[in-house]
Design a protein. Structure first.
Length: 606
């Protein structure tokens, strides 16, 4: 049997996924669809009139498997929209019938045409073999349901299951994929926008650290220059000669002269090529460069701790929204079970009323209480939808209904020692580590500010290679040269800028120290408060768990006594309300405990 169940469940899941693909392909639920503004029950009720011209209120409730007040509410809406009209049975004027108006008939025809068009569109995608397989599968499915329903002798079950099957195929709807908490946390780690943003922040801090560390190394640069100019030097001959005396071997003028004609001009046009390889290094800065690196390094470490904190906060939000969705789902179950129980009780009161054992007042009051559960159930269902949307938003899912939390609210009590928890928090909290790094960065900032009062020494070295600057005929030859030296910069007066930077750095350092102590006190207070809240939630769970059992027993006894005529209808209804309150409080206590435990672990830096 377990193997059969697992196979059926697997096929059901595959069928739902296939139906989702079908709906996306053929536009189920598109704005132009006639079913867009109708609920599933309203759509099913409209299709019923394709089989029969008119229905009694009780017949509609029976066919749709919903309480009579709900069926009446559906009919009221259709009457207001001029889709249905009420009339009286000719044989019994006390019986009210519902039948389609002309507008309603038009809507039904439109829906049926759209319905057929979708089926035809699907069939066009299939070959003859696939069509036969589909027909055989649907006939087999229907046959099995009819066999089961006949054996159980409950015609309503058969019709409900058939309608559910049809709705799964053709009625607009979207199913979410189930996801466990562990898988949700993994998904959020890769898709949550806050986590992705803080990762980029860490990358930016790492880049700043790399840039700051570069100042500890010599800087090398290569420069190439080409220019064409008209102001190059040049030799020229001609013009008035200059007489140059002639000397003998002893260096004595002989009295003779040699004429020589030569002039230098700066009007030559030519190309100049220059290449330069330069090196500079800060030899002494009195800790300024090292302080800059230390500031960048502590900022980087602070960014890493911020990443841990932001990631932890984001994942904690996922866990809270996960548990919120589980709580909402359980509340819907409780409300639905309460509605089922009240429906059964109304039937009991109706039977007793028919036998003359209960008053009309009891029957009316029971129906009123049953009708009152409807808005509570609707609010619970709406809360479930909203909680699932919030859960998907915290995951970083681009769709609002991608995932549905899979699991149950449980109670796994853990005991936390206050002293040990505080010690763990002080050692592990990312915020405290951040403040430590900020304090170290502020101390380095003071060092950097003080360095502004002291001289700086720089070493430089260059090698130059050029062509075209010499006079002809050497202007086509490459020449190389080098130079090396040291530069000292002594601050004399900067308009008190260094003094201002020093005061700023000291102020930042003092702020960091004060902030660290204040944060430390806040962490201790947070841990203590979370432990108190956790212990309180655990106590509530213990008391509410016993309260639920007593409320269930009380309801059972009240119903049994009422059936035997030993108690009143009011006793049963009070017991229903008490059980609903007890189960709601118990579920809320489970949620509060889970959230409190997660809050405490977050406060401890886990």
């Amino acid at each position: 049997m377990p193997d059969i169940f697992e196979r059926i469940e697997h096929v059901r899941g595959s069928m739902m996924k296939s139906m989702m693909k079908y709906q996306r392909a053929f536009g189920a639920g598109a704005p132009e669809s006639c079913e867009t503004d109708m609920s599933i029950n309203e759509t099913k009720m409209l299709y019923l009139f394709n089989e029969k011209a008119s229905f009694k209120m009780s017949e509609l409730a029976h066919e749709l498997a919903i309480p009579l007040p709900t069926a009446t509410h559906l009919v009221d809406r259709f009457v207001k929209e001029d889709l249905l009209k009420r009339s009286f049975d000719e044989k019994d004027r006390r019986v009210v019938l519902a039948e389609l108006t002309e507008k309603g008939n038009g809507l039904l025809k439109k829906c049926m045409e759209e319905h057929k068009a979708k089926i035809k569109g699907m069939l066009l995608m299939l070959d003859d073999t696939d069509k036969k397989k589909l027909l055989s599968a649907m006939e087999t499915f229907t046959s099995v349901l009819e066999d089961v329903s006949n054996k159980m002798e409950k015609k309503m079950i058969k019709k409900s299951l058939l309608v559910i099957f049809a709705a799964a195929l053709f009625v607009t709807g979207l199913a979410a994929s189930d996801i466990t908490l562990d898988d949700a946390l993994k998904y959020a780690s890769e898709h949550n926008q806050k986590i992705l943003a803080v990762k980029e922040k860490v990358k930016a801090a790492q880049g700043t650290l790399t840039a700051a560390g570069a100042q500890l190394w010599p800087s090398l640069s290569a420069t190439g220059i080409y220019s064409r100019t008209s102001g190059l030097s040049n030799f020229s001959t001609g013009g008035t000669p200059t007489n140059i005396p002639v000397f003998n071997s002893g260096g004595v003028p002989t009295g003779d002269y040699l004429p020589f004609s030569l002039s230098i001009s700066s009007d030559r046009i030519g190309d100049i090529y220059m290449g330069k390889l330069g090196m500079s290094y800060t030899l002494l800065s009195w800790g300024r460069v090292q302080a800059g690196v230390e500031i960048a390094e502590n900022n980087y470490r602070s960014a890493l701790e911020d990443q841990k904190k932001t990631t932890g906060d984001a994942l904690l939000e996922v866990k809270k929204n996960f548990n919120s969705a589980l709580l909402a789902k359980e509340l819907v179950k409780v409300m639905s079970e309460t509605k089922r129980s009240m429906t059964a009780h109304v039937k009991t009161v109706q039977d007793r009323y028919d036998q003359g054992l209960s008053s009309k007042f009891d029957l009316l009051r029971s129906n009123v209480q049953l009708a009152n559960i409807e808005p509570q159930l609707a609010r619970a269902q709406n809360a479930l939808k909203l909680s699932v949307m919030a859960f998907n938003l915290s995951l970083g899912s681009k769709e609002t209904a991608d995932f549905a939390p899979k699991g149950e609210l449980g109670f796994n009590r853990e005991v936390f020692d206050e002293k040990a928890s505080i010690s763990e928090a002080l050692a592990n909290r990312a915020e405290l580590k951040q403040m430590e790094y900020r304090e170290k960065a502020a101390e380095a900032g003071v060092t950097m500010a003080v360095s502004g009062y002291r001289p700086n020494v720089f070493l430089t070295a260059n090698y130059n290679y050029n062509r075209g600057q010499q006079m002809p005929p050497n202007d086509g030859t490459w020449y190389g040269s080098w130079d090396a030296g040291a530069t000292i910069s002594i601050p004399l007066f900067d308009g008190f800028a260094t003094s201002g930077r020093y005061d700023e750095a000291m102020g930042n350092l003092n702020q960091a120290k004060i902030g660290k102590e204040s944060l430390r006190d806040g962490v201790v207070m947070e841990v203590r408060a979370d432990i108190l809240t956790l212990n309180s939630s655990a106590s509530v769970i213990a008391s509410q768990q016993a309260n639920v059992e007593m409320a269930k027993e009380s309801l059972r006894v009240a119903k049994e006594r009422y059936n035997n005529g030993l108690s009143t209808n009011l006793d049963v209804m009070d017991s229903e309300v008490s059980l609903l309150a007890a189960e709601t409080n118990f579920l809320q206590a489970l949620y509060d405990y889970a959230v409190s435990k997660d809050d405490l672990k977050k406060a401890m830096g886990r």
